[in-house]
Design a protein. Structure first.
Length: 277
């Protein structure tokens, strides 16, 4: 890896650290060779997400299309003057990440630019693009070129990504609906959000979590601990949301403190050292 690519990955690492304590801790749980490519994937995903979520007052659709075109060109040419795209194209080409996964992800970002209430089909399409395929990009790195293992673990990785994203939706339901006009959950009237609707969503998430956890136990040792940390953080957040009434979830963004995250990291590390994962 040349110096420019190393520097570009360092940029993606800083983006990860700035935006997500939980994923930063999870990445630290990966074996050292796996950390740079995951930073690169997260940096790419974060920039795309920022375009559609925070660049208000700008031509977001044009910016996203430009980012998409620049991504394609970077992958094709194996170089980019944008450090985030340089690090990402390196990982895509190095680990032979399917371009279809990238396009599916970017199409889901495009969906965020359209004001819509999701039905079951578009909800599943959005989950696939915004979460499940990101999990599959990471899985490509975790299995280090073992295509048979990748295919074996694909359904588990998709379910884990799905659980994480649905928790994000539930955590951010107030901001998404009140500030951005988004309503992701199908057949749920957010203007009359209640405990019954919340419980149905939670039961769906619980099913995804169970399937995702089965996959974590089958991951290669170099990635198992890091993914388990992310799982533990999200499950702790999920438990806190389940204990919170729907009225409060709809008014307040539920959080896990950094102190709690570090405790989860420590307890997960003990399980890892004792070979209990």
């Amino acid at each position: 890896m040349d110096f420019y690519t190393k520097t570009s990955i360092a940029t993606s690492k800083e983006i990860t650290k700035a935006y997500s304590t939980s994923f930063s801790l999870g990445i630290l749980g990966l074996s050292k060779p796996l950390r740079p490519p995951i930073y690169a994937i997260y940096g790419f995903v974060r920039v795309a997400d920022e375009i559609v979520d925070t660049f208000h007052g700008k031509n977001q659709r044009d910016l996203l299309q430009r980012f998409w075109s620049e991504t394609d060109r970077a992958i094709d040419e194996g170089i980019s003057t944008n450090p985030v795209l340089q690090s990402f194209q390196y990982v895509v080409n190095e680990y032979q990440i399917d371009r279809g996964l990238i396009n599916t992800f970017l199409r889901s970002m495009e969906m965020d630019l359209d004001d819509q209430n999701y039905d079951q089909a578009t909800y599943e399409q959005y989950i696939l693009g915004s979460a499940e395929v990101v999990g599959l990009m990471c899985l490509k790195v975790f299995v280090e070129g073992d295509q048979a293992r990748y295919e074996e673990l694909t359904p588990f990785a998709m379910k884990l990504g799905s659980a994480f994203q649905k928790i994000n939706f539930l955590r951010d339901v107030a901001q998404d609906f009140q500030s951005l006009g988004r309503s992701y959950f199908p057949n749920v009237d957010l203007s009359n959000f209640n405990d019954e609707a919340k419980m149905a969503i939670e039961q769906d998430i619980e099913r995804d979590f169970r399937k995702g956890y089965e996959g974590i136990l089958q991951l290669p040792k170099g990635s198992r601990f890091g993914v388990y940390i992310a799982y533990m953080y999200y499950y702790a957040l999920f438990q806190k949301i389940m204990r919170t009434p729907s009225s409060e979830v709809f008014m307040t963004r539920i959080r896990i403190s950094n102190r709690k995250k570090y405790r989860l990291f420590a307890s997960s590390f003990v399980r890892h050292v004792l070979n209990l994962l």
